[in-house]
Write a protein that binds this ligand. Structure first.
Ligand code: HEC
Length: 163
């Protein structure tokens, strides 16, 4: 039949389009699945904070890193409404402490963003460019670990998604 060939070609073509769409959606969902969710980032941040995963840090003026056990955040800081750290002068790290504008260390009012939080951890300068005291270690950490710590300390289910 003369009419068969063109119409079956057209049919095949539409299959191809549908298959293309199928592979595109498989690829998109694979890419999304590879991205950690906020909950996964939060969990990673918690593990870094309590020392289940090692951090690399040192006293700002020293040339060598301290043992990971010494530089875990939870040695000095309480987080959110968690238990107090006995005999520590370090502030309790809460969402409000970080996100609210307030004077810190005698400087002008400031609040943290992800970028200024990472800068504080890496070079010891706060959002108002005031140097933090030497007791607070300086860390070598990648963006994913910094984001995870930030999520752990600032995430709330009611918060806008952009944080
Ligand atoms: C050895 C103790 C110690 C450890 C470990 C430590 N900190 Fe600190 N941290 C301090 C002290 C003390 C301060 C207050 C310093 C100041 O005010 O100059 C501080 C201040 C901070 C601040 C500033 C709060 C503000 O209001 O400006 C943040 C944020 C912070 N620490 C996060 C962390 C995180 C996250 C970790 C782990 C990656 C960590 N700290 C580990 C002692 C510590």
């Amino acid at each position: 039949m003369p009419g068969l060939l063109p119409s079956s070609k057209a049919h095949l073509g539409s299959h191809r389009i549908r298959l293309g769409g199928f592979f595109l959606s498989v690829l998109t969902s694979a890419a999304l699945a590879a991205m950690p969710s906020v909950q996964e980032e939060y969990r990673l941040g918690q593990q870094l904070f309590v020392g289940d995963i090692d951090l690399q840090g040192r006293i700002r003026t020293h040339l060598a890193d301290l043992p990971p056990d010494v530089v875990r955040c939870g040695n000095c800081h309480a987080a959110a409404s968690g238990p107090e750290v006995p005999r520590s002068l370090a502030p309790r790290l809460t969402r409000n402490l970080l996100l609210e504008r307030r004077p810190r260390r005698g400087g002008p009012s400031s609040s943290y963003s992800l970028a200024s939080f990472c800068k504080l951890l890496r070079i010891g300068v706060d959002p108002a460019y005031v140097l933090i005291s030497l007791e607070m270690p300086q860390y070598t950490l990648d963006d994913a670990h910094c984001l995870a710590l930030w999520r752990f300390l600032t995430w709330s289910e009611n918060a806008p998604k952009s944080q």
